[in-house]
Design a protein around this ligand. Structure first.
Ligand code: IMP
Ligand code: MG
Length: 180
């Protein structure tokens, strides 16, 4: 049995086990392989959070696929006062490619909406989202992720790539913020 963990000032309790994650990752990879039979997929994993999920999911896919890792960066543009978002690290041509974005969690959906529209501007053949975790109560986005591992309540979680103020990413299970 796993124990509660203290990270910074908060206590987290075990929420999704190693085995449950592994089982779900296998199911997601089978679903994707079935849907893209005979197609080459370009997976784009969003750093930092998706590193562990991407690594485990892609080990379950034996065919020829490509993987690219990107970061989303936001800054205030020099010429305007508006927020500008860009993807760092995308050095692959997306033209006519079938893109599957890998995310650790879709919460409000704001991040993934931006990533989708930035990627679509590069004229891929298709763009879908595969997220390990999804918080339906928090979601305000336009497009629901096509592949969802676990729908979870609107509570903060850490582990398996997800952090609380940069700690907790290395945990091999997912923990949920403990109610006081
Ligand atoms: P968004 O609200 O869907 O735009 O989510 C933005 C980002 O916030 C996600 O990619 C995660 O990195 C982070 N995030 C959202 N919810 C959680 C959580 O419960 N734990 C850790 N990080 C989270
Ligand atoms: Mg993230």
């Amino acid at each position: 049995m796993q124990l509660d963990r203290q990270i910074h000032d908060k206590v987290f309790c075990p929420f999704i086990s190693k085995d449950e994650i592994a089982h779900k990752v296998k199911n997601l990879s089978s679903e994707i392989q079935k849907d893209y039979l005979g197609e080459e997929i370009l997976f784009i994993a969003i750093l930092n959070g998706a590193f562990m999920f991407a690594s485990d999911l892609l080990k379950e896919i034996p065919g020829n696929i490509q993987i690219s890792f990107v970061k989303v960066s936001s800054y205030i543009g020099a010429q305007s006062s508006g927020r500008v978002d860009e993807l760092i690290g995308l050095n692959t041509d997306l033209k006519a490619k079938h893109v599957v974005i890998l995310e650790d969690i879709v919460d409000t959906g704001i991040t993934i909406d931006k990533v989708i529209s930035l990627l679509k501007s590069e004229n891929p053949a298709s763009v879908e989202v595969c997220t390990l975790l999804f918080k339906p109560e928090a979601f305000l986005g336009k497009q629901l992720p096509k592949y969802i591992g676990f729908e979870i309540p609107n509570k903060f979680v850490v582990g398996y790539g997800l952090d609380y103020d940069e700690l907790g990413r290395n945990l091999n299970e997912i923990y949920q913020l403990k109610e006081e």
